[in-house]
Design a protein around this ligand. Structure first.
Ligand code: AMP
Length: 287
């Protein structure tokens, strides 16, 4: 049930995955999981590096999770390249790749869901109903299948990170959550599998998003803590390109509730459509 590819193992079978982890733990090794939807880029590989630095063995999962896509979203179009992904993971020193089918993750008659509460009410949770229930459910399943000690997530998906941290705390999932900073391309755009949808022109428009975040951070650093002022700067920057703003929000970094005056750590979060591509990015503002 487990294939070998050089020193890397590959499986689509949760029983083999569990047996492998149990075996590693029996040898005294710690095991980390890096969950991904594939079409890997430098952001994913940075998570692999964090995982390798903190655990003896690293599992990457590659699974485009249908339950986190809403009706009319890009589930079918989502980019996939399992052969390229396996090559990148092998080069990155991944020990085991778990690439299950949807019918394995969601067995016939699957009848449960993990529902986040208030943390999923703002930002992307408001725009994509059901999205974070899909994320929380699949992460719970992947953690139970893989039995890992450590889970590594990216700060690029800030709301997702906070929801999973709370999920792990509230449901007593026995795992340590680590996060890694957002990796950007030379033009400042946060790496994302969805960037592959962008034309050259759209890509140059997308670069307004990190510029907006830079300007907000600079204005905040110079002493302006008033959310609406900072928001005007971000919106003004995004409007320099034909971008459809979905939201530009300032929220508390812990509870993700909107803030007006920033007196505690907050996040400037942006979601915008560039052409048909929906992009998100954020910047933490340390008070
Ligand atoms: P995805 O494949 O987009 O579901 O992302 C899988 C993991 O990679 C998530 O924990 C993301 O937050 C993380 N990730 C995605 N893009 C980046 C990036 N540019 N920098 C760092 N982490 C990222």
């Amino acid at each position: 049930m487990i294939e070998r590819s050089g020193s890397m193992r590959i499986t689509d079978d949760p029983h083999s995955l569990r047996a492998w982890t149990r075996n590693q733990k029996a040898k005294g090794y710690t095991v980390a999981l890096v969950p991904t939807m594939g079409y890997l880029h430098g952001g994913h590989l940075s998570l692999l590096r964090v995982a390798k630095a903190r655990a003896d063995k690293v599992i990457a999962s590659v699974f485009v999770n249908p339950t986190q896509f809403g009706a009319g979203e890009d589930l079918d179009a989502y980019p996939r390249d399992i052969h390229g992904d396996l090559e990148k993971l092998r080069t990155a020193g991944c020990d085991l790749v778990f690439a299950p089918d949807s019918s394995t993750v969601y067995q016939a008659g699957f009848d449960f869901s993990v529902l986040p509460g208030n943390l999923s009410k703002s930002l992307c949770g408001e725009m994509r109903p059901g999205h974070f229930a899909g994320v929380a459910t699949v992460v719970t399943i992947l953690l139970r299948m893989s039995l890992t000690d450590i889970l590594v997530l990216g700060e690029k998906d800030f709301q997702q990170l906070q929801i999973i941290r709370r999920l792990v705390r509230d449901l007593w999932l026995d795992v340590t959550v680590l996060s890694a900073p957002t990796v950007r391309d030379k033009d400042g755009v946060a790496m994302s599998s969805r960037n592959s949808y962008l034309s050259d022109k759209e890509r140059s428009w997308a670069a307004k998003i990190p510029i907006a975040l830079d300007r907000v951070a600079a204005q905040f650093a110079s002493g302006d803590t008033h959310g609406p002022n900072l928001r005007r700067t971000a919106v003004g920057t995004l409007e320099e390109a034909p971008i459809d703003i979905e939201y530009v929000s300032f929220v508390d970094a812990q509870d993700l509730m909107p803030v007006t005056t920033i007196t505690r750590d907050a996040v400037c979060a942006i979601a915008a459509r560039v052409g048909k591509t929906r992009l998100i990015d954020n910047r933490v503002l340390h008070a």
